[in-house]
Design a protein around this ligand. Structure first.
Ligand code: SF4
Length: 59
């Protein structure tokens, strides 16, 4: 499963980072997504919570 992030859509609400910090994190000033660091169910739940719709999932 691959999670995509649209920088132009993201409102930087931080919901994803707070919800799953091992998956959604900032490294060296860049936003990175490690989709192997949580279960698919957890990631889907967090993607659904994103208020801006910046996160999408591709299988
Ligand atoms: S939850 Fe959505 S809007 Fe908030 S920081 Fe993450 S991608 Fe951006």
């Amino acid at each position: 499963m691959e999670v995509k992030w649209d920088q132009d859509v993201c409102s930087h609400a931080g919901v994803c980072v707070n919800s799953l910090p091992n998956v959604f994190k900032v490294e060296d000033g860049k936003f990175v997504i490690d989709s192997s660091a949580a279960s698919e169910a957890e990631i889907l739940e967090t993607v659904a919570k994103c208020p801006s719709g910046a996160l999408t999932v591709q299988n």
